[in-house]
Structures are given as structure tokens and as C-alpha cells.
Design a protein around this ligand. Structure first.
Ligand code: HDE
Length: 755
């Protein structure tokens, strides 16, 4: 054999010769090896996550199926290589003429590494840039088969889904808990192709026609001169626009309500917003509005919590979703539809179904459940999946069609367009997360980032050279056939229907549907936002809008701003019946998946802490242990939050398992001023006192074993107040919290004067 053959043999040996024990595992495979501190000298699996990256301990041993196509996991092989697969001996030093340089231009590895890094960022979404996503499954109930022939809605059919939640205004790195609308976009990988339901957590929109979208977004985004404020509506341009453009009043009111600051993505409703058209197997059509109903209930933060979290954990919603899934507490939503006859008027109970600023109260058209969504796996790679997923309201399957809503019509154009800029060309449907699970056989060819190696010579129809392939599907072969809606002869106009001029009846309906405490929050939100507006004329104009919604709302906000309350023109306020379904207060929900802080001290009985944690887990809660330092309380009792890192806003309820005394526990609490909260109990750790005080003020359930009394006194917690349990029985303490969490908060503890 010649020298060339020897070299080839050596390369092959090297590639195959890695003993199997040393072969690296695929990313994500469970590691049985102990964590390594030093840099490994041989190829090995990635380190397990560090303890502070760990989610709360699993509730169940639920299996993990990422749902991602198998080829989504690329990167493997034992050695570091270039992008061309050439193994590298070093990646820490540029190629130089001698150790002191200069660096040589011929260093391809340096050039390739820096080039790729320079191009790592892609343009963020122009709206909805900040998001988090998860994989899951949708199971049809079969209840929709009378109105839609969509195969995935049939009974028991399971469809993989990918859901992305988002805020609208902020940049990719902005905080999660800002006051904003949330996106709720679902990609169904159905057997008949991809269906996207690209909705929001608020059922109405700021505008009735897509042509206004750049206006509302420009007004809401940061000011173009200083690019502030980030991810906020509390600024002049937003309020300038929405007060001049009063069709935005309804959506704005929802934003100022508790819906604008959800407790969790897991606890939000979702809405398709527009009216859609379903078509059944007989070709009959029905108009519908889509609703996602969270099984955990619809819950919100209070504004102070939202503000604190934006600083202490800007990733709060992202973390919450990932942690819950990791812990096996899979979030679930039922998909439901309100159905309306598809009449030429396209109205229901006098409400124009083509007007996306209007809802149809559930009391008039009940939401009928048609399937259930379970999110059961976190993405493997944020960029590949969450960032590159591309939704489109025009991704429809047979049995689901659009209406003439002018807002929806504009969206059908916009989303394709934006992906070309964002994902760098027209082939984004080939990115793994966007690939349909149904077979694709299009005649789209070439373009940037073409992944497919198409065979054949005739990407056109009709052809004879490729045997006439591919063929058209007939009606019985799952073809998507647009519903033949008659279009009435009409003149070309730039106009809206007359009913679209009603901008105030539904904001009033929403306001009247809220409970007193929710109205109080709306008043506080308007007062906060308008306090941040500089132009007096804009504040006054907003008050004239509010006067048309409700006198109390207008008067209270005016009072907070120190401005006179304007009177609404006579007869401006329409008589409307409230819709109790719109209130978030007054119902009971399962406590499953809620986060419980267990506050321990060095004096806590470890056996009791263990018992509390187990009782909490058995009740479906996600307990986190808070202790003075990170030292484990016992081998099986790791600490998730030190006093230095714990803040009440992370927890839905607080359980005190020991009085944290100063000296023993007050490591590093130097802020003498925060002791003021304690009301003169210097014996207690000020951070623990603040924890209890905040949880109490935010109307969260509290429970404490007997020695919590000192903490209650120091934190201003009234032991007689509703939702405060003090006792010696650990099991009862946990069940008291679970019971109280059913209403989310102890609403009686909030003052409410706005009746
Ligand atoms: Fe969007 N919207 N939108 N939107 N939208 C986008 O598409 C647009 C509207 C919604 O997690 C963009 O891929 C126009 C209503 C969600 O990836 C863009 C109009 C509703 C998401 C776009 C609207 C939504 C988007 C930005 C007015 C609720 C995030 C990046 C006609 C029903 C999806 C992208 C995700 C994203 C345009 C109005 C929901 C620019 C022109 C109404 C949840 O194409």
C-alpha cells in the first residue's frame, strides 16, 4: 500500500477507534457520571445543569418527548471541528508568526469562528420579540365535527403542537412582567398540514383595520429620539394615539386591567380575536371565535409584584413555564368555540362579528370545548425553535377558513413578509421547527437557505417529463378548498361599516363586569400610566375618553392625577349588561402547579420541613425551600433560595417553618433601614420579615407553625386576618394554603372602594 492509503487508514481508524465507553452521549441524554469541576481531557457528555439552574424537584416521573424531529439534534462526534468537519487541535490561540505575533491572515479557523459569531444575531420580531415556548400535544374531543371537517378536531386524534407566548412591545431582552398584551400562538402539526392559531390573551384589538397597525405600533414603541421607555405603554406617544383613536379604548382598558400583568403564561386565556369560519363535511359553514381556557384558571400579578419581578427576575414567565414543565406539572388549556350562524349580516345579538374591537359575551354564546392542549416538553434550543418558529394566520387546514375581518386580511399578508426579513429568505418552512409533519410536495424551488435536494426535472404543472407528478387532490382527498362565500357587488371605498363607530359600549361592558377590587386595579393602572405622561393635553384627552366609559373610573383617575374630571356628553354612556365571565375573581381553581415558599431557619426541625415539603408535593404544589444560606438542610433537603435571593413575589403562598432570628440567620443583612418594616422586632432577620410583609400585603395565603407568631408581629401580619393560618399541625397548615390558593388570592385583604 502506498503512503496515501496509510493516511486514509489512519483517519478511518481515528474516527472509528474511539472506545464506545468514551463516545460522547447525545445532548440531553441522562448523565450517570458525577459532575466534573476540571475541564475534561477526553470527550464526554455535557455537565448536568448546575443546582441553581435546576427546576423544582419533579412532581411525577413524567416522560420527556421533545416532539422535535430526530434530525433536529445535529452537533455530535467527539472532537471539536470546523464547520467543514475538520478536527481542530486548538481553539484558544490565533495562528501567529511566533508567540508574540503578528497574527497570520491565513488562519481559516480564526476567520470562520469570528465570521460566524459576527452573524449570530438575526433581526428580532418587529412586535412580539420577547417570548417563550413549549412543545405539547392537542387532543380533539370530537365535539367540533358537526361544524368542522378538520381531521385534527376529531375525537381522540392527537396532534403535536408548539406554542409560543410573548409580550408585544418589548425587545428580545426585555422583562417578562411588564404591562402589555401577551401573544398566544399555537402551531398544530396536523396530518393535513400545519394550522396556526395566532392569538392573544386579550380578546379584542386596538384597531379595526390592518392599515392602522404601523400607527399603533409606532405609538406604543419607545420614543424614536431616546429610545425610551422599553416595553412600556406608560408614555406620551401611546396615550396620544389611543386617546385620539378611540376604537383602541376597549383593548386599552383590558391592558390596564389585571389581564395586562398575568401571573404566568400557564394562567392566561387565549383568544383567536377575529371571527373565523368553520366548514363541515357537508360544506355548511359556521362563524366562530376561538378561546383557550387554562385549567389552572386566569390569574394575575398585582402591579407592585410585576414591577419588583421585572428587576429581580426579568425572566419570570419564561422560567415559570420551563420549571413547571420540567417538574412534570404540565400546563393545560381547553380549546373552545363560540358559534354563530353564518348569515350575510355577520352579526350576533347586534354585535358585528367582523369588528375585532368587540367580544360576544359568553353569557350570550357559551364557549363549547372542542379539545385539550397539554404542554409537556421544553424546547431543546431556544434559537432553533422559539426564535425561528414562524407563525401565520393563513396557515389553515381543510375545515377552517377566514372571514372578511379587515384586520385579519392585513395579517394574511404581513406574516409571510416579515419572515423573509427575519429568517433570511423564502425557505423558512424548511427550518426544523416549521416543517409540517404532513408530507410536503411543493414546486417551490431554490432561494436562500434551500435545504431540500429536489429530484426530477419538471417543477411545473402541467408536465409530462416527471410523469405529471405531483397530482392535485380532490375534495375527498383532504384538499383545502376555500369556502365559496358570495361577495356582494359594492363600490370601492376606504370606509368602515357604520357599527364600527361604536367605541364605548364594550369598554363599559368590560368595566361593569369587573369586581370592585379589579376596578381598583384599573384605576391605579391608568393613574400610574398617565402620571408618566408629560403633556397635560394628552392626560385631559384620556379623561374625556374615560368619562364616556364610566364616571367613577374617570373621577378616580382624575383625582389621582390632580385634574378636574370632565363630564361625558349627555347620553354618551350606553346601557349594557355586564358579563360576569370576564371577571377573574369569584371562582375556584385547582391549586396544582402553584409555587410555595417554605421559609426555614437554622432552628427549624428538619423532619417537619421534610413533612411540609412532601405534603405540598402531594397536593400538587411546587415547593421551594428558603434558608439562611445555600447549605442543604439534610442530604435529601436541598435549598432552592437563600435569604439573599428570595423575594416574596416568586411565591403564590408562604409557609413559615421556623422563626428566622437575627444573629443566627442574618448573614449579610446589612440594610438597617429595611428593619423599619419589622416594626421594632430587632430579633428577627429583616429579609424574612420583608418576605412575610410583602406576601401579606399582596393578599397571598400565609401559614406558619407556632413560632411564626413573632414573624407575623414583626411583619405586620394580622394573625386573625382571612387567609392567615397559624398552628402546630403541618398537614393542616398545607391544606389551609391549598384551600386558599383555590381563589388565587385572599381577595378580602385588598381594600376596594371603587364600586
Ligand atoms: Fe401580529 N404580527 N399583527 N397580531 N402577532 C406578528 O409576525 C401583524 C395581530 C400576534 O410568537 C409579526 O412573525 C399585523 C392581532 C402574535 O412568533 C408580524 C397586524 C393578533 C405574534 C405581525 C397584527 C396578533 C404576532 C411579527 C394587524 C392577535 C407572535 C413577527 C393587521 C389575534 C407570533 C411575526 C410568534 C406577530 C403583524 C395584529 C398576534 C409583523 C400587520 C390582531 C401572537 O407579522
Amino acid at each position: 500500500p502506498g503512503p496515501m492509503k496509510k493516511i486514509v487508514d489512519r483517519v478511518v481508524e481515528a474516527a472509528e477507534g474511539i472506545p464506545s465507553g468514551q463516545r460522547p452521549r447525545m445532548p440531553g441524554a441522562p448523565s450517570t457520571e458525577p459532575p466534573q469541576v476540571a475541564e475534561p481531557t477526553e470527550p464526554r457528555a455535557p455537565l448536568p445543569p448546575k443546582p441553581d439552574q435546576l427546576a423544582p424537584a419533579p412532581l411525577s416521573a413524567a416522560g420527556r418527548d421533545t416532539g422535535a424531529p430526530a434530525d433536529a439534534a445535529s452537533q455530535n462526534g467527539g472532537y471539536l471541528t470546523t464547520a467543514q468537519g475538520v478536527r481542530l487541535p486548538d481553539s484558544d490561540h490565533s495562528l501567529k508568526a511566533g508567540p508574540r505575533g503578528p497574527v497570520l491572515l491565513q488562519d481559516h479557523h480564526l476567520r470562520e469562528k469570528i465570521m460566524h459569531f459576527d452573524h449570530e444575531r438575526i433581526p428580532e420580531r418587529v412586535v412580539h420579540a420577547r417570548g417563550a415556548a413549549a412543545h405539547g400535544v392537542f387532543r380533539g374531543y370530537g365535539t367540533a365535527t358537526g361544524v368542522s371537517k378538520a381531521a385534527f378536531l376529531q375525537e381522540g386524534v392527537e396532534t403535536p403542537v408548539f406554542v409560543r407566548f410573548s409580550t408585544v412591545l418589548g425587545s428580545r431582552g426585555s422583562a417578562d412582567t411588564v404591562r402589555d398584551t401577551r401573544g398566544f400562538a399555537t402551531k398544530f402539526y396536523t396530518g393535513e398540514g400545519v394550522f396556526d392559531l395566532v392569538g392573544n390573551n386579550i380578546p379584542v384589538f386596538f384597531i379595526q383595520d390592518a392599515i392602522k397597525f404601523p400607527d399603533v405600533v409606532h405609538a406604543a414603541k419607545p420614543h424614536p429620539d431616546r429610545e425610551i421607555p422599553q416595553a412600556q405603554s406608560a408614555h406620551d406617544t401611546f396615550w396620544d394615539f389611543v386617546s385620539l383613536h378611540t376604537e383602541a379604548t376597549h383593548h386599552t382598558l383590558w391592558n390596564m386591567s389585571d389581564r395586562g400583568i398575568p401571573r404566568s403564561y400557564r394562567m392566561m386565556e387565549g383568544f383567536g380575536v377575529h371571527t373565523f369560519r368553520l366548514v363541515n363535511a357537508e360544506g355548511a359553514s359556521t362563524l366562530v371565535k376561538f378561546h383557550w381556557k387554562p385549567k389552572a384558571g386566569v390569574h394575575s400579578l398585582v402591579w407592585e409584584e410585576a414591577q419588583l419581578i421585572a428587576g429581580m427576575d426579568p425572566d419570570f414567565h419564561r422560567r415559570d413555564l420551563a420549571d413547571a414543565i420540567e417538574a412534570g406539572s404540565f400546563p393545560e388549556w381547553e380549546l373552545g368555540i363560540q358559534t354563530f350562524p353564518d348569515t350575510p349580516e355577520q352579526t350576533f345579538a347586534g354585535i358585528d362579528l367582523l369588528d375585532p374591537t368587540k367580544i360576544v359575551p359568553e353569557e350570550l354564546a357559551p364557549v363549547q370545548p372542542i379539545g385539550v392542549l397539554t404542554l409537556n416538553a421544553n424546547p431543546t434550543n431556544f434559537f432553533a425553535e422559539t426564535e425561528q418558529v414562524a407563525f401565520h394566520p393563513g396557515h389553515l387546514v381543510p375545515g377552517i377558513d377566514v372571514t372578511d375581518d379587515a384586520l385579519l386580511a392585513g395579517r394574511l399578508f404581513s406574516y409571510l413578509d416579515t419572515q423573509i426579513t427575519r429568517l433570511g429568505g423564502p425557505n423558512f418552512a424548511q427550518i426544523p421547527i416549521n416543517r409540517p409533519h404532513a408530507p410536503v410536495n411543493d414546486m417551490l424551488r431554490d432561494g436562500f437557505h434551500q435545504d431540500a435536494v429536489h429530484s426530477g426535472v419538471a417543477p411545473y404543472k402541467p408536465n409530462s417529463l416527471d410523469g405529471g407528478c405531483p397530482f392535485f387532490a380532490g375534495p375527498g382527498e383532504h384538499a383545502f378548498i376555500e369556502h365559496p362565500v358570495p361577495i356582494a357587488a359594492a363600490a370601492k371605498v376606504r370606509e368602515a361599516p357604520a357599527t364600527f363607530a361604536d367605541h364605548f359600549s364594550q369598554p363599559r361592558l368590560f368595566w361593569l363586569s369587573l369586581s370592585p377590587v379589579e376596578r381598583e386595579h384599573v384605576i391605579a393602572a391608568y393613574t400610574f400610566e398617565l402620571s408618566k405622561v408629560y403633556e397635560q393635553a394628552i392626560k385631559e384627552r384620556v379623561l374625556t375618553v374615560l368619562a364616556r366609559v364610566d364616571e367613577v373610573l374617570c373621577r378616580e383617575v382624575a383625582q389621582g392625577l390632580g385634574l378636574p374630571a370632565p363630564q361625558a356628553p349627555a347620553g354618551a354612556q350606553v346601557e349594557v349588561a355586564p358579563s360576569p365571565a370576564l371577571s377573574q375573581v369569584g371562582q375556584r381553581w385547582p391549586a396544582t402547579g402553584r409555587v410555595l415558599g417554605i421559609l426555614t431557619a437554622t432552628t427549624s426541625d428538619v423532619g417537619v420541613v421534610r413533612q411540609l415539603r412532601e405534603a405540598a408535593r402531594d397536593a400538587g404544589l411546587m415547593p421551594l425551600i428558603i434558608a439562611p444560606t445555600g447549605a442543604p438542610l439534610a442530604d435529601d433537603l436541598a435549598v432552592q433560595r437563600t435569604y439573599a435571593a428570595a423575594r416574596s413575589v416568586e411565591f403564590d403562598a408562604l409557609l413559615v417553618a421556623g422563626a428566622p432570628t437575627r444573629g443566627a440567620d442574618d448573614h449579610g443583612a446589612r440594610d438597617a433601614k429595611s428593619g423599619a418594616v419589622a416594626g421594632g422586632q430587632p430579633a428577627l432577620d429583616s429579609r424574612a420579615v420583608l418576605l412575610a410583609n410583602e406576601a401579606y400585603r399582596h393578599a397571598k395565603p400565609l401559614a406558619g407553625l407556632a413560632d411564626a407568631r413573632a414573624l407575623w408581629a414583626a411583619a405586620g401580619v394580622d394573625p386573625q386576618a382571612p387567609g392567615v393560618f397559624t398552628g402546630t399541625d403541618a398537614a393542616r397548615a398545607v391544606s389551609a394554603l391549598v384551600e386558599q390558593l383555590g381563589t388565587h388570592r385572599v381577595w378580602e385583604r385588598f381594600p376596594a372602594t371603587a364600586h
